[in-house]
Each structure stands twice: as structure tokens, then as C-alpha cells.
Design a protein around this ligand. Structure first.
Ligand SMILES: C[S@@+](CC[C@H](N)C(=O)[O-])C[C@H]1O[C@@H](n2cnc3c(N)ncnc32)[C@H](O)[C@@H]1O
Length: 178
């Protein structure tokens, strides 16, 4: 008896579908509003490549411990922050302050406890880079004062999360356009 109702292949298809649909949804959410895009977790470069397709000409800042992608998927050196998110997100915030309209934090591993602990320190570091009214997407739950949960399409197929960022005082925006 298999442990899951769906095969590994089926679950992978669900995950990729929900990721793609969430990123597509986010494009409409941030359309017409200025600000950079953050890809927090380059991994194999799949979602980074999708962001590149969705968001020209926005700059995309990319973060990961390692760059393990083929050359055609490697971000330009001046947009790439290699090393632990703990340091690299702080470096980016020091460089550009609250400059991001969209952050995609795709940092999940097979260790849920580790991910939950990481989410605790990741959220404030991401927050420091976000413009008021910006959108944060993630494959793991995060909590941050002033972040208002948003509903994503298709998450009954695979869990994915989104928030609208409040202003710098941590106040929640009154409306989606705030
Ligand atoms: C789920 S994968 C990202 C998948 C990627 N978005 C894709 O579409 O191929 C998570 C990535 O987060 C990176 N990561 C996790 N924790 C990190 C940390 N503390 N600092 C830097 N990178 C980290 C891992 O190296 C890994 O490449």
C-alpha cells in the first residue's frame, strides 16, 4: 500500500503546478506597481526562470547558499547573493532598503522543524526588503506583524502561502491597493 494517495510524480506535478499558478497570480497582484522581485531559493532555477519570463524588465535579486544551475540560468553577478540567507538578505537590505514589490521564498526542505525555525528568522529579514503593499509568496508558513494572508489559487492541490505587506510600522494595509 503506497503511503500517499498520489505517486511521487503526481505530487511533483501538483507542487510545480501550484508554484507556477501562484507566480502567475502574483504578476497580476503587483502589476503596474514599481519594485524589484526577490527569488529566495534559486535551487534548480525553475521558479527563477519563470519569474524571468513573467517580470521583464523588473530586476530580480536572487539568493541561495550555492549556485547549482547551468550557465543559461545563472543570474547576473550583480543580482546574485550567494551565501546564507541570514547574511545575504541583510546585505541586500543594506544596499537597497525597502525595494522589493514581490518576494518568492522557496526554501522548504524535507525537515519541517528546520523549515519552521528558519521561517522565524527569515520573515523579518524579508520584511526589511519589502515595499509597503508588496506581496510575499512562500512554500512554507511564515508570520510577521503587518503581513495579511492572501488566498492563492489551487492550494488544495499543494500548500502555498501569500501575504500582503503592511507599512514600515507593521500596520496592515487597509485595502489590497494600499
Ligand atoms: C526548494 S529549493 C528552491 C527551488 C527553486 N526555487 C527551484 O524552482 O528550483 C530551496 C533552496 O533554498 C536554499 N536554502 C535553504 N536554506 C538556505 C539558507 N539558510 N541560506 C541560503 N540558501 C538556503 C537551498 O540551497 C535550496 O537551493
Amino acid at each position: 500500500m503506497p503511503p500517499h494517495a498520489l505517486s511521487l510524480l503526481g505530487r511533483m506535478i501538483d507542487r510545480m503546478t501550484v508554484q507556477r499558478d501562484s507566480l502567475d497570480w502574483a504578476r497580476a497582484e503587483v502589476d503596474g506597481r514599481p519594485g524589484l522581485v526577490l527569488e529566495i531559493g534559486l535551487g534548480k532555477g525553475r521558479t527563477y526562470d519563470h519569474l524571468r519570463h513573467l517580470f521583464p524588465p523588473r530586476d530580480i535579486l536572487v539568493f541561495d547558499m550555492w549556485v547549482r544551475v547551468p550557465p543559461e540560468l545563472a543570474p547576473d553577478a550583480d543580482r546574485l547573493f550567494t551565501g546564507d540567507f541570514q547574511e545575504t538578505l541583510a546585505t541586500a537590505a543594506g544596499n537597497c532598503g525597502r525595494c522589493a514589490r514581490l518576494a518568492h521564498a522557496d526554501f522548504g526542505s524535507t525537515d519541517r522543524l528546520h523549515d519552521a525555525r528558519q521561517a522565524e528568522w527569515l520573515a523579518p529579514r524579508i520584511d526589511a526588503l519589502m515595499l509597503p503593499g508588496g506581496v510575499v509568496l512562500s512554500d512554507r508558513l511564515m508570520e510577521r506583524p503587518g503581513w495579511r494572508p492572501l488566498t492563492l489559487p489551487n492550494t488544495e492541490r499543494w500548500p502555498y502561502f501569500a501575504w500582503r505587506v503592511g507599512d514600515a510600522t507593521g500596520k496592515r494595509p487597509a485595502s489590497p491597493d494600499a
